[in-house]
Write a protein that binds this ligand. Structure first.
Ligand SMILES: NC(=O)c1ccc[n+]([C@@H]2O[C@H](COP(=O)([O-])OP(=O)(O)OC[C@H]3O[C@@H](n4cnc5c(N)ncnc54)[C@H](O)[C@@H]3O)[C@@H](O)[C@H]2O)c1
Length: 377
């Protein structure tokens, strides 16, 4: 099957989310990176695109140039990812949809509700895909939770409690750092800081698992660091169309919390808990019964969770990235820069010596033995 042609806007060198998109899109050999306008600096973007293997004629200086050129090609891209800062999402997404391209847009999709509604209508009218990168929803055990709710395994969901609270902007002495400051500046971030940045992942997750949509809400926003115009902490209570009660806390000043994205779903007959820092486990407690751990990759998962359990059972979701890091270090080594830490033949033979020594020791009543290969003694 021919590979799908993929283009990227934003996600240039040094960006936060660009590498995740490239790893994700290229992981299964289904897409090839064919075009890109990767950086707000035209020359930097063109140069980096070519280093990533994009041909010079498709390494664009800006997205307008990319749109104009790709529209006219027979081998035009099948999908474009929009991974630029928030304020640009609407215009780029709208323009590519209208030109007949499928789009994956980063969150938040737009800055205003009106813009968002326009995107929904354009996607409907053109019949093109407009996906939004709520990527946490694609963890296998999140899919398991969603399937369990839909299958009635919790009864009706009464309450969903979620939080996405970290402490990485909690240092008031770092509040003027430009990388932090823009997130709380309405001119750059829009109407909301932390809630629009992280809280929306939690809110999407609540709907995604509880199989219900937010109807009304009540929010309490705080800028706990006084120089911030937008909130860095928010508590949002919400009620859903189907009657589910929702509680959401999001914060960027919760010092001591790291990624801090968790969700608990409480139904009539059971409760579930999932946390992004332990994504392989879904904690399930039936009413009156014992708490159980449902593990990614185990037998009997719902089909969607099974389909997405692509890393072998007991291996964490980040496992393929560890393998990718080995290839990275290998590429550097082949090009002449041998990295400290690349496991090598010496490590291999030490392991074998240890195995053989262990076997011998076990046979000999556990006696202590020299486990070094002879070349290292
Ligand atoms: N889904 C998630 O979990 C997740 C995580 C992090 C970031 N994001 C989203 O991804 C987007 C980018 O965030 P980031 O943290 O990678 O930002 P970043 O500042 O690290 O990188 C932005 C990149 O876009 C480029 N860029 C800026 N304007 C451009 C333009 N007009 N045309 C082409 N390239 C342009 C920059 O040169 C840079 O390479 C944001 O909308 C953010 O909310 C989502």
């Amino acid at each position: 099957m021919a590979k799908l042609k993929w283009g990227m806007i934003g996600g240039g060198e040094g960006s936060q989310i660009g590498p995740a998109h490239r790893l994700g899109a290229l992981a299964d050999g289904q897409f090839e990176l064919a075009a890109g306008a990767l950086d707000h600096r035209a020359d930097v973007g063109r140069e980096y695109a070519q280093r990533l293997g994009i041909t010079a004629d498709r390494a664009y200086g800006d997205w307008q140039e990319m749109l104009a050129s790709e529209k006219g090609r027979d081998d035009r891209i099948d999908l474009v990812t929009v991974a630029t800062p928030n304020s640009t999402h609407f215009e780029i997404t709208k323009s590519f949809l209208e030109a007949g391209f499928n789009v994956l847009c980063e969150k938040p999709m737009t800055m205003t509700v009106e813009e968002g509604e326009e995107i929904v209508k354009i996607a409907e009218a053109t019949g093109k895909i407009c996906a939004v990168n709520y990527c946490y929803s694609a963890y296998p055990m999140v899919r398991q939770a969603r399937a369990m709710v839909r299958n009635g395994e919790l009864g009706k969901v009464r309450v969903v409690v979620t939080n996405f609270s970290h402490g990485h902007h909690g240092d008031a002495t770092d509040a003027d750092n430009p990388r932090v400051r823009w997130r709380y500046d309405p001119a750059m971030a829009g109407v909301s800081g932390q809630f629009a940045d992280c809280g929306i992942h939690a809110l999407h997750m609540a709907s995604f698992i509880a199989n219900d949509e937010v109807k009304t809400l009540s929010a309490d926003f705080a800028s706990t660091i006084a120089s911030r115009e937008l909130e860095d902490d928010a508590m949002v209570n919400f009620r859903m169309e189907g009657g589910t009660v929702g509680r959401l806390w999001t914060s960027s000043v919760a010092i001591g919390r790291q990624h801090g994205f968790e969700i608990q779903v409480f139904g009539e007959t059971a409760g579930l808990k999932w946390a992004s820092e332990q994504p392989n486990q879904l904690i399930y407690t039936p009413v009156g019964g014992r708490t159980q751990i449902i593990e990614k990759g185990e037998g009997g998962l719902h089909a969607d969770a099974q389909r997405l359990s692509r890393v072998a059972i007991a291996h964490p979701e980040g496992f393929p990235l560890a393998v990718a890091n080995i290839y990275c270090d290998l590429a550097d080594a082949i090009r002449g820069e041998v990295r400290e830490g690349l496991p090598n033949a010496a490590d291999g033979v030490r392991s074998m010596a240890a195995v053989h020594t262990a076997v011998a020791s076990a046979k000999d009543g556990g006696v202590w033995m020299d486990a070094r290969p002879s070349i290292f003694r």
